[in-house]
Design a protein around this ligand. Structure first.
Ligand code: NCD
Length: 337
């Protein structure tokens, strides 16, 4: 892992839009070694001993928050958790002042989730402006990005192809369908960048109300392979992986779908539908799942098809890798943020 830290140059991880294959491979390789740690009897390493990781989740979260907390603990960092309901935010404190309060307590890494796109970036900019040296990790901001989720998805997909040595090369040319509420999904947006950078063919599928044509333009003028479908069939035909997304009712301001039953009929992932995929197809879902809406219950629980639990396990290893790469290169000279 020494090579990895020597080459790591980012202080913050805010989006995957400009991540190179070399950087993605560094994360995959680091996560692979931490995954081994998680299966030992002694599941802890001293890598971030003495550093403080603060989880600042301004929006509800189960798995991402717990996963970051466990990842930090497995690296022997001290952790603090911020919960907006019981905080001074309700007394009118601004988010930047909340961040500065945690900085004053010695925070080294801030893990930030907010329902508004751009909040992690704003905090990172302020931390840089005052030369704090603090790193910001985006744990999901509005519709914008969810880098750690997309990286754990990439890691999970790569491990299916080569469990020993997960790396971008193994997903080159693989067909990956992302089906569901793309318009409201920061997970989809981050996955588009990482999967296409790794050389996979990404096929988005949803009704037009959940998948505007604009998505096609993300890849224009690049060699990224990104396709948009308003019917599911072409998207999943011969697919190696199908990633389903939750219908995000809390972000829907209008009635974008005739009914949930209608949606399930058109885009739900069922055993019948999967017959058109590759025989060894695997299913991913970032969670939480609306069972029977975007994903049939029997598929979600199917041990040979579903990667859902594997994604959760891998999430801890990938988040350890991100905290480690950022935290242990703090002494290095950063070439860019
Ligand atoms: C996702 C999120 O919050 O963006 N979930 C997660 O982080 N595991 C997706 C979702 O909420 O549907």
């Amino acid at each position: 892992m020494t090579t990895a830290t020597q080459a790591w140059t980012r202080r913050h991880i805010l989006s995957l839009m400009d991540f190179s294959v070399a950087e993605l491979d560094m994360i995959l390789q680091t996560a692979a070694s931490f995954r081994e740690v998680l299966f030992r009897k002694m599941k802890k390493v001293p890598a971030l001993q003495g550093q403080v990781v603060t989880n600042m989740f301004f929006e509800p979260s189960t798995r991402t928050r717990s996963s970051f907390e466990l990842a930090a603990k497995r690296l022997s960092a001290d952790t603090m958790n911020f919960a907006p309901g019981s905080s001074s935010l309700s007394k009118g404190e601004t988010i930047l002042d909340t961040a500065k309060t945690y900085l004053a307590m010695g925070t080294d890494i801030m893990v930030i989730r907010h329902k508004q796109s751009g909040v992690p970036q704003a905090i990172a900019a302020e931390m840089d402006r005052i030369n704090s040296g603090v790193s910001v990790l985006n744990a999901g901001d509005g519709l914008h990005a969810h880098p750690s989720q997309a990286l754990l998805d990439l890691f999970t997909i790569c491990r299916v192809v080569d469990p020993e040595k997960p790396r971008c090369e193994v997903v080159k040319g693989k067909k990956i369908a992302i089906v569901g509420d793309v318009i409201h999904s920061r997970v989809a947006r981050s996955n588009i960048w990482s999967l296409t950078a790794a050389g996979a063919e990404v096929h988005l599928a949803a009704p037009p109300t959940l998948l505007p044509e604009l998505f096609r333009e993300l890849a224009v003028g690049t060699n990224r392979k990104l396709f948009v479908h308003w019917q599911i069939d072409e998207a999943i035909a011969d697919a190696d992986f199908v990633m389903t997304l939750r219908l995000q009712h809390e972000r829907m301001t209008d009635h974008l779908l005739p009914s949930l039953r209608e949606y399930h009929r058109g885009f739900g992932i069922t055993a019948e539908r999967l017959k058109s995929c590759k025989p060894e197809v695997k299913i991913l879902h970032p969670g939480p799942v609306n069972r029977g809406v975007e994903l049939a219950s029997e598929i979600m629980d199917h041990p040979a098809l579903s990667l859902v639990s594997e994604q959760v396990t891998n999430g801890v290893a990938v988040r350890m890798a991100l905290l480690y790469l950022i935290g242990s290169s703090k002494a290095n000279q950063y070439s860019h943020s």
